[in-house]
Ligand binder design. Sequence first.
Ligand SMILES: Nc1nc2c(ncn2[C@@H]2O[C@H](COP(=O)(O)OP(=O)(O)OP(=O)(O)O)[C@@H](O)[C@H]2O)c(=O)[nH]1
Ligand SMILES: [Mg+2]
Length: 200
Amino acid sequence: MSVEKEATKSYKIILAGHGYTGKTSLVRQYTDGRFNETYVATLGSDFCVKRIIRNKTRMDLNLWTLSGQQCDVSTVPSVNFRFADAVIIVFAINDDKSMSVLDQWKQKAEEIVPDDTVFVLVANKCDMKRIQTRTLEQISGSIYHRSFQTSAKTGEGVKDLFESVADMVLAKEANRNATPGFKLRRLSRPPRKNSLCTSC
Ligand SMILES: Nc1nc2c(ncn2[C@@H]2O[C@H](COP(=O)(O)OP(=O)(O)OP(=O)(O)O)[C@@H](O)[C@H]2O)c(=O)[nH]1
Ligand SMILES: [Mg+2]
């Protein structure tokens, strides 16, 4: 069947991570090709849709951005991540604190998403001076499917990030349906906490 005749499929992609790391800016750069120096903190969550075609599949990427301005990640309701096809955890290369809370954000998502959810790590603000000495590979280890270096300001790596995530989501779907094609590897994971509670 040609791509014109196929129905559009919707996918939920969530950007999470510490505040001021550039999650909203990454989405804006990808969807509108714009960058704004002025900081407007996301309240709760933001949402927008980007329609793309990948591997002959018409995809609506539902891009959710979560506020990172929480004093304690443990207070973020894990239900925010429900039904996510992919979770993008963002830190800024010039912000140590944003790197130190990466695991907490990932664990929060893992409380609720299926085992085959795509997990990606993003080192944003690569146009600025790096303060960590560890490489991106050392930081991401084997607990993310892939890691990316981006600048929402210059646009570096941004299209590649979202298109690669879209491809991995399609690969995950192919895994589930046992159709031939690129397969997504399984990530190692800590035991799941048995919680769907929105207030914990
Ligand atoms: N130099 C540079 N600045 C950036 C980049 N990405 C974002 N910024 C700036 O960093 C600030 C925070 O960006 P946001 O996109 O609002 O960050 P956020 O992660 O959505 O923040 P919260 O909504 O509070 O969680 C803004 O002033 C942006 O202009 C980048 O790649 N390079
Ligand atoms: Mg934001």
